[in-house]
Structure formats: structure tokens, C-alpha cells
Design a protein. Sequence first.
Length: 329
Amino acid sequence: MKPKIQDVAKVAGVSPTTVSRVLNDRGYISSKTKEKVFAAMKEINYIPNDLARSLYNKRTYLIGVIVPSTNHPFFGELVDNIERICNDKGYKVLLCNSLQEAEKEKKYWDMLQRNQVDGVIVVTYNRGLVDKEQQFPAVVIDHYLSENIHVVSSDNFQGGEMATKELIEAGCENIIHINGDVNLETPANERQYAYEKVMHDAGRIPLTYHVPNVAYLESNIDIIKQLFKENPDVDGIFASDDLLAIRTLQYAESLGYKIPEDLKIIGYDGTGLIRSIYPDLSTIIQPTYQIAENAVETLIQEIDGKPHDLKEKTFPVSLWKGKTTGHVT
């Protein structure tokens, strides 16, 4: 027979109420009493009932996370940080991959609320995802959805400026930008606006090529080929994504371009994975841990009913100087 809370109380020499308070972290309990209860649980192999715990506390200790794709290094690193931070705070994560499909995002959003998660962290570029009067605890990463929802992001305009200036300072004259889908309202658009501003300020003519989906490399190769065919004199490329930068670099080398002598390239995101396997790539580093930490902490504040005045938090980015823009690493 499965051990019950009364069995834990008997072995620990305390009341069932005390055991319940220890399990639900309610009220003051001495560390000595907690140790006795946990030791008793281990001795009789008692496993707490999460459903009963959620009913008692009126919460599930589940946080939903909706992202475009964990196959992408940036979102993969972001989700990993979110999960680690949630775990440290006693929450579990229910992960949903939307593949940037608005209909799928909406279905996931509705499903998460029906399954009574305590709140949702969402990375979406779908403005119609939530109702303006939405009261459900939620935090959005990188995109404004509603005045009622907290937004956390990195400074994408600053990143676009830094990347473009890095290429200009490296001596590039003909700098081309590669961005994602022009029809999506993504943070990469801010990077493009910054690129265009810096180019105009420097007396250069900006030129941007758009790929359909940065997460799927093979679908982007035709755009990359078109770029080099139409612009053989290109000597600088700013890609709004590290995977795009690497794919572009590889194709350029197959054409005989020497990196960085003939062509300099800089990417974006700067995840730990990319920097470890391709440290030569110059890139803009987004602070994924700080973004994840702020998103989780703000969401838990909302779940706890604690007011917070801040509706938007923006973190600065940093430049990783690699060989692809002429630096010795």
C-alpha cells in the first residue's frame, strides 16, 4: 500500500498538519522538524501528490513556455535557462514549439490556460495572440503584445548598430544585411533599422536580403546564392542570426572568397554553443540568462499577486570580436 501523509507523521513523530505545512512550505517550521519530516519521507518512500499540493496551494507550479523552435540555438539556450531558473524556484516547465505558426500559437495559448498552468512565458510575433483585456499571468520575450503584459528583451537596435559599425571600422565598403521574413514583426527588424541608419550616416547605400525562415538553413541557400550573384563585390555581411552567418560564410568560401581578407562577416545571438564550436565568428551576444531570469522572476511576481511597475525591461548586448571581421583570437 502506498504510504500516506499520516505514515510520514507517525515515523517523524509530528502531526499530519506539520507534515502538510512542510510539504507546502506554509508557516514557520524549524529546520530540525523539516529534516525529521524529509528523513521520514525517504525512509518509507513517500512521494508527495502534486495534484493534492496544487489544490491546497491553488496553483499547479507549472509554467508554460511557447517558443518558435528549440531547434534554433538562441531559443534552445533561452529555454534551457528558463527551465533551470524555474526548477530552482520550484516550478516545472511545459514546453510548446509553435514553428512561428500563428494558429498553432493560439491553440497552445488556449491549451495552457485550460490545463491551468500558473502563467506563460511566450516568444511570439503574433499580435493577435492575446486579448487586450487579458488578465492571465504572462510575460513576453522580444515583442510587444499588450499594455497589460510585461516585455523583456535585449537592445536589438544597439546590436544592429554595433554589428554594422564593426564592419565599417574593419574597412568594408559594400555591406549587405541578411534578415528574416519581411512579413513578420520580429526584433530582427530593429537590427535592420539600425543597419540602415548607420549606413546612411556613413554615406553608404543599405541593401537587405530577406530569407523565409532563419531556422531552416537549406531553405535559405537560394537567397544566399542570389546575394553573391547580384553583388560579387560585397566585402561585408551582417547576418541577423549566427546560423545564417555561418551558412553564408561556408558558401562564400566555396566561391573562393577568403575570410576575412576578401569578405568580413558578423552574426547575431552569440549563444554559448555557437561560440564554442565556431569561436572565429564575430557576433552580437544576447544575454539569454538575464532575459530568462527577468522573465521568470516577473512572471512569478504576477502569479504571487505582487505588483510590479515595470512593463518593459531591455538588456544591453555585447560584441564578440572574432577572426571573421579581422580580429586575432
